[in-house]
Design a protein around this ligand. Structure first.
Ligand code: PA5
Length: 426
């Protein structure tokens, strides 16, 4: 669980008004959970307790692990890879692959860019030349996203060159059962994991989209799912304990006052990609029909020396959420030497310094009348991350309801996809 505080200009009465307005939407979520209904775009709510489905993902994870995989290449973009990457980084930190305790290394192919793609090809080829086993997980709900399909073609070709005899068993396709990619997987005998039809990309982290790569990487997926499932018990009541509803109400109260920027200020470098995941979720779910909130992500403490002056001294046009973990306190103590003597920091715990900075920032926001709330995870465990992600998806769905937009489509993104395919005559 996480604790939550707010410091803003909005009264509790106003917040309660918006939370109460959410009742029909909360009832829809509740019915979806009670009936374990997978027939609407709210289906994703049930993923954390879809045990049969988890079992089928775990079965394939065990099968593929038994092949002795060294490198996992995740091919996907947007909602099809952001969640898994965020969780992997949250657990393994920004140094990620440099942690040699990880058995399987993770690389991701998303962006198409001649230089970047070539660099990745060279890297993966190096692994293959060294005799390493590379498993490719191609993830696309639609099965037709240009970047993903092109990356799949490039990297499967590479794999087949170096492993002509077992390339097929080194591929796992994750997609909708009716997509062209599913047809391709069936035709070529690639392992296939299905994303339930009504689960959309950015709400799919707890489907095979996230579970397969995370499980392959040795991450305890049950712990994440338990956290996410626990959040379902709290998200449908008109109450200040309903964190998703409170978060949505706070954001909406500011949006109604013309605040159209939401800055997620993260105090943990390992959560940078978690910030990117949230950014995509918010932007793509709410930015439509002439509405939307611009999500930005700032990273403490480095951005205090970059954008904090603007935030505190510039226009008061943003709402900030500070995201931190309560027990992020390292036991490291600052050495007493020529450097620390100058600022009398020798002997202080690093965690105390960190705490003082966070305290200083929130006090400065308060004194400069910058609206903010704080989300403090109890710790950095997988369980807490599961809670946070499920709560964020619910927050966005509730916020969309208050704003009167559909959180599940992305018509203008589809427009770019169609135009690019037409240009390539695909
Ligand atoms: O959230 C979404 O729906 C999008 O961000 C998609 O995940 C992204 O466009 C990739 O689409 P697909 O999974 O169909 O390849």
């Amino acid at each position: 669980m996480y604790v939550y505080k707010k410091t803003c200009l909005i009264s509790d009465d106003e917040l309660l008004k918006y939370i109460t307005q959410l009742e029909p939407e909360m009832a829809r979520v509740e019915t979806t959970i009670q009936k374990q209904d997978f027939s609407t775009p709210y289906a994703w709510v049930n993923l954390p307790t879809f045990y049969e489905y988890h079992a089928s993902c775990k079965k394939l994870i065990e099968e593929k692990k038994a092949l002795g995989i060294d490198v996992l290449l995740l091919i996907g973009i947007g909602g099809s890879d952001a969640g898994a990457r965020a969780l992997y980084q949250a657990i393994h930190g920004v140094m990620g692959n440099a942690d040699f305790k990880n058995n399987i290394l993770l690389y991701c192919a998303d962006t198409i860019d001649s230089g970047y793609t070539q660099e990745l090809v060279t890297l993966v080829e190096g692994f293959l030349q060294a005799g390493k086993k590379v498993l490719i997980n191609i993830v696309s709900k639609s099965g037709s996203t240009t970047e993903t399909v092109i990356n799949a073609a490039i990297f499967y070709d590479l794999l087949a060159q170096y492993r002509p005899n077992d390339a097929r068993e080194l591929v796992v396709v994750t997609t909708d059962e009716h997509s062209p990619l599913a047809a391709c997987a069936r035709h070529n005998n690639f392992s296939l994991l299905i994303v339930p039809t009504h689960v959309g990309g950015r709400y799919s982290v707890f489907s095979a989209v996230g579970l397969f790569p995370l499980g392959m990487l040795g991450i305890d997926i049950d712990a994440i799912l338990q956290g996410a499932a626990a959040e379902n018990n709290l998200c449908t009541q008109v109450s200040f304990d309903n964190k998703a509803a409170v978060r949505a109400a706070l954001l909406y109260a500011h949006y109604a006052r013309g605040i159209v920027i939401h800055d997620l200020f993260i105090f943990n470098p390992a959560w940078t990609l978690l910030g990117a995941w949230y950014r995509q979720l918010m932007a793509e779910s709410l930015g439509k029909a002439g509405q939307g909130i611009l999500p930005t992500v700032s990273l403490g403490t480095v951005d205090l020396h970059s954008v904090a002056q603007l935030y505190l001294g510039g226009q008061k046009n943003r709402f900030t959420t500070f995201l931190m973990s309560k027990n992020n306190i390292s036991s490291m103590t600052i050495a007493r030497n020529a450097f620390s003597n100058g600022i009398q920091a020798g002997g202080l715990a690093l965690g105390t310094v960190q705490e003082s900075i966070i305290y200083g920032v929130t006090q400065a926001y308060y004194k400069e009348h910058c609206a903010y709330m704080t989300i403090a995870l109890q710790n950095q465990s997988l369980y807490e991350l599961g809670v946070y992600m499920q709560s964020s998806m619910l927050e966005i769905v509730y916020l969309a309801y208050l704003m009167g937009v559909n959180p599940f489509d992305q018509p203008q993104v589809e427009l770019y996809k169609r135009e690019a395919r037409a240009f390539l005559a695909l």
